[in-house]
Design a protein around this ligand. Sequence first.
Ligand code: SAH
Length: 271
Amino acid sequence: MSDRPKSHGRLSIRPAARPRDLLEDQPALANAWCARVITLFPEAFPGVLGHSLTGRALEEGLWRLETIHLRAFGVGRHRNVDDTPAGGGAGMVLRADVLGAALDRAAEGVPSEHARWPVICLSPRGRRFDQAMARRLSQTEGITLICGRFEGVDERVLEEYAVEEVSLGDFVLSGGEIAAQAVIDATVRLMPGVLGNAASVEEESHSAGLLEHPQYTRPAEWRGRRIPDVLMSGHHGEIARWRRAQAEALTRARRPDLWAAYRAARDDTEA
Ligand code: SAH
């Protein structure tokens, strides 16, 4: 990617902490998992992804980020990307021809099988994003993400490109950029080498179907509140039992839906 001339509208992004040519010599870059993001606001990237664990991994070439500026595919003198909704109503809709051209650009040089390279539109109508989806995406070669704006995108483009709609949750954002960064973050942190301590991925919330147990660190006493004795006991078996019991109690109280699924899965394995 990086040794080709930069194509119109597409930009490769890395945190600027290291000289570009150094990074371009890294063989890891060519095969690294890649997020291609179609957006009207490429300057919003890498955003928070450029910091901490995901930022360091980006810098090290463990994953890649490319933005495709939707405006570059706009029509007419003003490069319009949207128009009024057919049938009337408030707001504007992203045009199928404009988004289609951006999707064609995004498809260049990547597998056409969606199982290997999913094409996703962030949308409140989509399937709810969760840890299982993050795991699936982390096992692909890359993803293309469409960040909607205004009222959303022309339905025909979703059909034509067999786009998967993915939602962050039951609320409405003003655009897909924050959702795209959330999806990328959750996905990238599952990749080997991104988190320092790989074991922490297996133990955290939503991995075993339970919410995580409470965490504590120094000082041992703060404003009269002590860390639970069992955690200071050094007894690993008891600590594990306590954590499991806490995780179960929390999940049961806060997320009856997760609790029911967890119980059902456990009954299955025990039967
Ligand atoms: N009219 C649309 C909402 C558009 S919000 C509807 O009622 O379904 C504008 C854009 O923000 C969407 O196209 C989508 O890309 C993004 N967005 C809003 N809420 C989102 C959510 N919960 N999850 C993911 N993306 C969202």
